[in-house]
Design a protein around this ligand. Structure first.
Ligand SMILES: *[C@@H]1O[C@H](CO)[C@@H](O)[C@H](O)[C@H]1NC(C)=O
Length: 144
């Protein structure tokens, strides 16, 4: 009976852990600070890969981009950083600073910051294959 109780408790704990990591967070979450930037401004990027670790999507590489959309054509996305993920990072985060480059920004555009998580999974014959998934968050670009 005690064993069963312990098992049920473990199972419940597992459920709680799974619930705190929704599928939408499997590629990780990213934030930038500040999230309103002007060209030349330094900002901090923080990727939280706890849910990637929990759900089996720990990255091999992390690519970061700034992308814009408008009713007219915008060149881009801008590559912010291409990083090899340190799988021994504990806690599983990737943090660095970047500077918003001088570029052709538009006041009528909507900007977002995205992270592409490239992760390895075993294929049908067991060989490792890298595929990717991405997430994006809103940002503002002003003062250009
Ligand atoms: C973008 O700017 C608007 C207007 O100032 C603000 O309400 C919004 O929170 C900003 N968004 C981000 C991601 O900083």
């Amino acid at each position: 009976m005690l064993k069963l109780t312990a098992f049920v408790a473990l199972f419940a704990a597992g459920l709680v852990a799974a619930q705190s990591c929704p599928e939408a967070a499997r590629f990780g979450t990213v934030s930038i600070s500040p999230s309103t930037l002007s060209p030349g401004e330094t900002y901090t990027v923080t990727a939280d890969l706890q849910c990637s670790a929990t759900l089996g999507y720990l990255p091999t590489y992390l690519d970061y981009y700034i992308d814009g959309s408008a009713t007219h054509t915008i060149s881009g996305p801008i590559l912010v950083a291409r990083r090899t993920y340190d799988s021994s990072a504990n806690p599983p985060v990737d943090t660095f600073t970047a500077v918003l480059p001088d570029w052709y920004y538009f006041t009528d555009a909507t900007y977002s910051f995205s992270m592409v998580n490239s992760f390895a999974k075993p294929g049908p014959n067991g060989d490792s294959v890298i595929t990717s998934g991405s997430i994006a968050i809103p940002m503002n670009i002003t003062g250009f």
